[in-house]
Structure formats: C-alpha cells, structure tokens
Design a protein around this ligand. Sequence first.
Ligand code: 0A1
Ligand code: ZN
Length: 881
Amino acid sequence: MRTDTGQIVYLADYRPTDFVLERVDLTFELHPTETKVEARLIFHRREDTDRQAPLVLDGDELSLLGLLLDQAEVPAHQYVATAESLTVRDLPESAPFELTITTVINPEANTQLMGLYRTGGIYCTQCEAEGFRRITYFPDRPDVLAPYTVNIIADKAANPLLLSNGNFLGGAGYGEGKHFAAWFDPHPKPSYLFALVAGDLGVVEDTFVTMSGREVALKIYVEHGKEPRAAYAMDALKRSMKWDEERFGREYDLDIFMIVAVSDFNMGAMENKGLNVFNDKYVLADPEIATDADYANIEAIIAHEYFHNWTGNRITCRDWFQLCLKEGLTVYRDHEFSADQRSRPVKRIAEVRHLKSEQFPEDGGPLAHPVRPTKYREINNFYTTTVYEKGSEVTRMIATLLGRDLFKNGMDLYFDRYDGQAVTIEDFIKSFENVSGRDLTQFSLWYHQAGTPLVTASSSYDAGGKTFTLSLEQMVPATPGQATKEPMHIPLRLALFAEDGTMLTPTSVTGAELTDDVLHLTERAQSVVFNGIPSRPVLSLNRSFSAPINLQFSQSAQDLALIARHEADHFARWQALIDLGLPNLLAAARDARQGVPVTCDAAFVDALLAAANDESLEPAFRAQALALPSEADIARELGGNNDPDAIHAGRQAILALIAEAGQDVFAALFDSMQTPGPFSPDAASAGRRALRNAALTYLSQSDNAPARAKAAYDAANNMTDLSAALTILAHRFPEAGEAKAALENFHDRFAENALVIDKWFAIQAAIPGAATLERIQGLMEMPLFKRTNPNRMRALVGTFAFANPTGFGRADGAGYRFLAEEILDIDQRNPQLAARILTSMRSWRLLEPVRADHARSALMQIERAGALSTDVRDIVDRILK
Ligand code: 0A1
Ligand code: ZN
C-alpha cells in the first residue's frame, strides 16, 4: 500500500508536458505472479520547452528491469528509477527517440484492483485514474494521447482469450503451450483508457450496423455458463448505440466493441476504448436473479460506458480537475437515454431522490467540493456524486437555458471542435456560448462554487391590479475553503394554476427574464411581477427540478394538493406530495423523541391515497408517490441534533397511520397489480410490481403480522417480488419464524450465486435496530463472506454504514467503532474501497451530542492509526476538520 505523502495537487499548477508521446507499443508476457511488461514509447521534445529538461515518468510500486534508448542500454548516470518515478536525462533535443522500458509486476498480489490484477482466474486491468503507472513507467496523465499497439503473450490453455483496445490485428502460436495476440487502437487515447483482459470466458455475440452502414461486432464476455444472463445487457448496448446516433449524431468508430464482466471491481464499470470492463453486477440478469432495479441499472450503466466513447474517449479531460467534463456530461446523456426508454417523469423522480439523498449531504457537509475542484490530495476520492450527479444537473441546466435545439447545436460544435483533444470545462462552455450568443460567465459558477443554493420564495396576489408578485432570494452556503459566494444564475421552471387546475398565462412579466416556462434568477434578491392574472394563482416552482437547489416556499396544503392533482409536469405532482408529507415526518420525529403520540394531516393522507388510487397515473409514478422520504432524508431536513431512533419511530408511526387509512386501497392494489404472463423487465411491468410491493409494505404495517409477506415470498416467481417480500419480513419482523425461514430458504436457494447472496447480506445489514451489529459480525464469520470482494464488502459493511441509521448509529457507538476497525482492515488491501465506505460518516455532525461524540472518537481512532493510505487519510482528515 502506498501511504500518504501529504502532497496536494493544484489546478493552478497545470503545465503541458515537456515531451510529446507519438506512439505506444506494449508487450505483455502474462504470468500470475511475474508478468513482464515491455513498453516502447516514442517521444519528441515539445518545441517551446527547455532543451535540457529531463523526461520524468510516473510509477507506482514498480521495479525497473531494463531501459533502452533507441535500442541501446541507457548508462546508469543518465537515469534514476524509484518505485514512484523514472527520470531520464540528456535526451535528444529535437529528434524523436524511442525508450524501451521493461518492468515486472505481480497481478496476483494486486489487491487494490488498480493496474493489472487477477479476478476469478482472469487477468484484467483498471487504469483510471492513475492505475497505468502500476503497469509501466509512463506520463500517466489524461492530456498525453497516443495510438497504442498491444501484444499479449500467455499460456494458451489457461488464457484462450487475449483482449485489448482497438481492432484485432492477428494472433498465432508462440512457443510451447503459449500463444499471442496483437491489437491496434488507431484513436489516440490517454493511458487511463488502456485495457487488457486475458483468460477463459464465455461470449455472447451480436452485430450492429451503424448509421453509415458499417458493421460492428459486439461481444460480451462472461463466466462460462452465464451467457444467457448477458442477453439483456446486449439488448441495452444495441439500444444505446442507436440512441446515440439518433439523439446526438454519434457513430461508433471501431470494428469491434467488447464488454467483459468481472466479479472483483472497485466501481460500476469502466469505459476503456473498445473494451469496457464491468462489475458483473451490472451485466448479468435474468428474472430469477435480477430485480427491476438491477435491470434499470444495467441499462443505464451499459449506456453510460458506451456514451463515454464520445464524451470521455474521443474528447477527454485535460487534467483530472476536469473530471466532470466527461462524467457530468455522460451521466446527463445516460439519464436522457433512460428517460427516453422508460417514463420520463418517473426517471426524473428517481434522479432527484438520488441527488437529494446522496449529493445534497455531500454538498452540505465536510466533503463538499465544487463540481470542478481546484485541488485534491487523492484523485480517487473525487469520483463523487458531486462530480457525477451535480455535474449532470449542471449540464441539464445548460440545456434548459438554451432550449433543445441550441443545446444540440452546442454539442455538435463541441464534438467538431475538440475531437481528438484533451480539454477543459471552459472549452465545453465556450461551445454553448458560441452557438447561443448567451454569456454563461455567471452560470459557470455552478462549476466553481460548492454548496446547494437555498432559494427562498414568497408571493402575493393583488386582485385589483390582477398582478401576482413573486419575491425570490438566493443564498449559497459556505463550504470548506469557500466562505463567501456570489449569486448564481438559477433557471427555475414554473407554472401558475387557477383554482380549477387550469393553467394561467400572464400577459407580461417584469423583474426577470422569462423564456417559455423558465425564469432566470440571477440576483441575490429579485421581485418578479406577473401581469394579467385574473384570480389568485397557485404557483408550481422549480418544475422538473430545473435547478438543483433547496427551495423554501411555504404553500398551503390546499395549494400543494391542487398541484398534486393538476400539474401537467408529473415530477411536480410528486414533489407536491413530498412537500405535503415532509412536515408530518419531521413533526413525527420530534414527537417520537418526546414520547408524544404521532399524528398525520388528513390532507396529506388523502392526497397520497388519491394518487395511489388514480388509474390515470402510471403505476411506477404511484409507487414513487407511496415511497416516503427515507430516514436519512428526514435527518437532513431536521438539520441537526438528530436521534436516529426517534426518526425511525416517527416514520414508522406515519407509515402505520397511512396503512390504516388506506387498507382497502392497498389491498385492492395488491390484487390488481399482478403481472400476468411470463416475466418481462419492461418499465410498465416493473411499475406494476413496484406499486404492488409498495402496497404490500403498507399492508404488512397494518397486518402487524408476517403471514401476508411470507405468502408473497412463497408465491414470488421473480427476484423483484422475492427480495421485496424478504425485505419486509426481515426488516419488519426480524424475530418471526417466517422471516428466519425465508432468510434460510433464500440462502439455500442462491448460495452458489454471488450477486444474489450480496442481496441476502445487504437486506440483513439494513435491518433496523441495535441488534443488527451482532448479526453482521456473525455473518462475517461465514465462509460465504469474502473480504477481498468489493461487492460483498459494500453489500454488508457498506449497506450497514450507509443505509441503516438505527443499527449503525446505535446509541452506544458500537456501530461507529466497528466501522473504524473495518476501515483500517480494508485499507491494508484496498484503499479505494476503504475510503469510499468511510464517506458514510460524512454527516456525523448532524447527530445528537452523545452519538456525535462516539462518531468523533471512531474517526479519531482511524486518524491516529499509523500507516494510512492517501485515500483514507484524505477522507478522515476532511471529515474531522
Ligand atoms: N469512469 C468510470 C468510473 C471509474 C472510475 C474509477 C475507477 O477506478 C477503479 C473505475 C471506474 C465511469 O464513469 O463509469
Ligand atoms: Zn463515467
């Protein structure tokens, strides 16, 4: 493990390299513990740089076996090699030269899963962000682009498959029992997009004919025997390729596109040019093992990685500060894809739920950073929900400000202008300024200022003058390193409704620019007057969540109910239901803490049940309406001195009140929302299952007994229904015989399937209450529990820390101490994973004082430990600051 050096990298220090890399030629002689890597790199000195400057290459835990300059051995005085760098002096002043670097690496010992490693008997690489330097010495930065030739030599029986980026050049036998393959990738790429895979895998094959008529071979490689489970991923891939042609005019650019599924992977997937590597969780699916959520994730991630081919690969980042250039944009693209494939409002609701539960806490806590940060200590810690999800929201706002056509023109210009280059956010923004003539200087603050803006709204109606006045104020809270903020350009979609639900259109508007339904809030405070409004209007503000803000606007229950009934924008209907419900949940948490009986407004319950029962609405929307804000969401809204037990008890009490009031509605839905016929993962069927399982959740509250959920468990013929019933049983009746029987049955049925057993671990990790810690410690003793597998660690330890506020946050602090010990242990093997799970502690300051004290002690236990990785050191320091 590389331990912390305390070095910070600053955007302001960016300089281009002294040397230009022309070509890369790699030869791998694969061996589980001693893989030999020969890198032939052709460089020339950049014209405008120092003629004497040495060439400094990056390394990480490397040892140099040989170094040649133009085929001749380099004398010892001309270079210095350490594990972390290779410096070569006295290089030609202008002529190109060839360096041949030989290193030996040990894939089997690579538990970090960065660089070349082994998983399930296959060789696999992960190079983003700085993994390539664990393979060979290299200018390992995204602005160094070159075409690559890759030769792979390996034992033929164990590795019939030898894959790398680009197009296949050829292969042949190679001495006794070995063979080789050669690949060439003509598209200049940075090292983080390099990939190599070798081993013995099964394949699913198909073809795609591009818009210009070229045939592309599509291959998805999975473990032998699992080929049928890759069918949905293949279908999603073809739909993604088609959609990117139709929506963005982007055509695929190699003869072959490959996806490899592996079981040990730190993230979701990786967009290596022509050879995506995936966490198998996001490839493998069939009704028996995958939930509807799994299908939706597979579709989204297959699309995301494919879309990177243009946004990330053809046009890449100049430096890692620009990560949102590829990630925010590509998330926006995959969100749009899913919205087009499924239901747009339901997709938007899911996005906003995710944004609020993951990104808002990050933006409001010690790990807050701008979408385009200006410094980092460990880049791996910046693959954050701020860079990805807020980055996507910022892209969405550009589309909102410009409108669909100008946004498309801006994207076209971006692709034309920067193809083959490594660029910056400023370049991206310039494309939209150029096509629209709009000055986006103030808007760019979204990239530079961290923190979720708070917009406060109030309104008044003048019946005599028929004017409606909306007063808006914005405030961006202070965040680490940014004490004061400038006002932002905030696009707020809005609509006005009459009492009968019809839309009101003003004759004119003063005080703000209004284009279509988009109001431009640009000042700290702005008063906007809508003229020609015949009666008191009901305002629907921030429709479709046009800006990622916190909105403070008190509206009466009647007004919210009107929006929930009449808005054309179904996202806004959902938001109105949430706004109706939230005050009840907050009051319930306070009441539960004081031992006062919990109550719930009838207006909210009525509106919720009306939506649940409204057959003109799609089932998936109705299911979203019934899913109350999570305990973490309630904690965030309460804003401090939080007691997780009271929040849980309050929320449960509200659930029970709704369940009681809606018993008939839920019973009817549970019966009527069956999905007859064979299982289909399509969005409409998934919506029916979601609504039926939401009904079952409420029914199990009012039953106050496990029988109905157990019957549902026994009757389930797909993983969505099975895991939903199991979750209800385990979470609501953990001590009941039915829950124990179902958990045992699930275990026995799926013991052989790692992805399903992850669900079994995760469901148990999320069981509310103090007793879950002991359960988890017991589960960790099982032979099934594999500490080296990131999915398993995330399923058990990650779910506990991120998604079980009462178990993890039990009052004696044992949950936090458990996490501290786990983090120190994981850090020895896999720093990236340790750091990511540790971010679950980011909101510790919102806890009541006793728990906050326990949390601080646990964090300090980590901080005081001797050799921490840079990854964990960076997170723990920032969380404690
Ligand atoms: N670029 C990938 C995410 C990714 C980042 C770092 C990794 O290192 C372990 C792996 C994957 C994406 O956005 O999908
Ligand atoms: Zn990505």
